[in-house]
Design a protein around this ligand. Structure first.
Ligand SMILES: Nc1nc2c(ncn2[C@@H]2O[C@H](COP(=O)(O)OP(=O)(O)OP(=O)(O)O)[C@@H](O)[C@H]2O)c(=O)[nH]1
Ligand SMILES: [Mg+2]
Length: 354
């Protein structure tokens, strides 16, 4: 389950600069051949210092971090939803993503011209929201007649049509689909419509270097992550040690990539558990609240189907007690059943039978 995120924003705000920095650093070239077929798709490792800590204990053949897929599209402009510019065509590329990351220009560099439809962050965000809402209205315009036919064929489809119509009215008022009050069933039906404004969103404020440490207020409850695309693109050419020094000079602990990946995890309510063995130490992505069989299913559906039990050590125990044997000796290794709610960082081993 690679998490996927579509990058949107006005032209010239730094989307591709950020994308290139993110994907180069993730070392995508060798590992993910399909990324070279579509240069706008980049798969990025999610940095997690815990992986190295685990590796120092088990000395595995390799370390496999969780990944996030970023999709870079052309800038949206006013009227993109009506085919103005290239935007509309590209919006189709992000229909299937899990979340949207909107890059907003906060940097001041007068040498980088603003697109004519860009003025300041607040109005830029409004422009993008309008275009996404219009794109969704276009989707509904096509979906509703199809749903009407389906209802004629089978009355059981009526709730789907009803939520599509409610969404249409709601979007027509300029609202995001996600802000509509829906029951879980309605949400599931809405999900099948692949609306862009139904997706969770986070904002990247592409700021000047000297504004990097500042916290920015949330927008409509959505997190705003300050990043400097310029700094990120400078970081990729540095050796790890130099990069840490460079970050420290700027008063930062983490690169924008780390901050962004972690914000995306929070936004989507995700966490990681680990498997640790001679062959590999690997991070697996699961929703917060997932139970042991669901976590096992991320590795293989057979693991979920035939789940018997899970052997679990907490990350803290695993590291402080020096691994599996240490946990066992200290009585800190647990056998958990199908109702166990997996905790962030758990080191797990599944027993299954199919
Ligand atoms: N000073 C400064 N310039 C930046 C920053 N980020 C991007 N730029 C510059 O802004 C220009 C546009 O950057 P891109 O990354 O191509 O912008 P984009 O959003 O992908 O643009 P489109 O693909 O046309 O929509 C380039 O000249 C970048 O060097 C930044 O953080 N600071
Ligand atoms: Mg671009």
């Amino acid at each position: 389950m690679a998490l996927s995120i579509g990058i949107v924003g006005l032209p010239n705000v730094g989307k591709s600069t950020l994308f290139t920095a993110l994907t180069k650093k993730g070392g995508l070239a060798a590992n993910y051949p399909f990324a070279t077929i579509d240069p706008n798709v980049g798969i990025v490792d999610v940095p997690d210092v815990r992986l190295q800590e685990l590796a120092d204990i088990v000395h595995p053949g390799r370390i496999v971090p969780a990944t996030v897929e970023f999709v870079d599209i052309a800038g949206l402009v006013k009227g993109a939803s009506e085919g103005e510019g290239l935007g509309n065509q590209f919006l189709a590329n992000i229909r299937q993503t899990d979340a949207i990351c909107e890059v907003v220009r906060f940097f001041s560099d007068p040498d980088v011209i603003r697109h004519e439809s860009s003025t300041d962050p607040a109005s830029d965000m409004e422009t993008i929201q309008t275009e996404l809402v219009l794109a969704d209205l276009g989707t509904l315009e096509k979906a509703i007649p199809k749903l009407e036919k389906e209802v004629k064929r089978d009355k059981a489809n009526a709730p789907k049509l009803e939520i599509a119509k409610r969404l249409e009215a709601w979007l027509n008022e300029g609202n995001r689909a996600a802000a509509l009050d829906m029951t879980p069933e309605e949400k599931a039906a809405a999900h099948d419509l692949f609306l862009l404004t139904m997706k969770p969103i986070l904002y990247v404020a592409n700021v000047d270097e000297d504004a990097l440490g500042e916290e920015l207020p949330a927008i409509d409850g959505a997190e705003v992550v300050p990043i400097s695309a310029k700094v990120e693109s400078e970081l990729i050419d540095l050796e790890p040690e130099e990069a840490s020094e460079f970050l420290a000079d700027l008063g930062l602990e983490k690169s924008g990539l780390e901050v962004l990946a972690q914000a995306a995890y929070r936004l989507l309510g995700l966490q990681s558990y680990f498997t640790a063995g001679e062959m590999e130490v690997k991070a697996w992505t699961i929703p917060v609240g997932a139970k042991a069989p669901q976590a096992a299913g991320v590795i293989h559906s057979d693991f979920e189907r035939g789940f018997i039990k899970a052997q679990v050590c907490s990350y803290e125990d695993y590291v402080s007690l020096g691994g599996e044997q240490g946990c066992k000796n200290a009585g800190r290794m647990r056998m958990e059943g199908k109702d166990y709610v997996v905790q962030d960082g758990d080191v797990m081993h599944f027993m299954f039978n199919v």
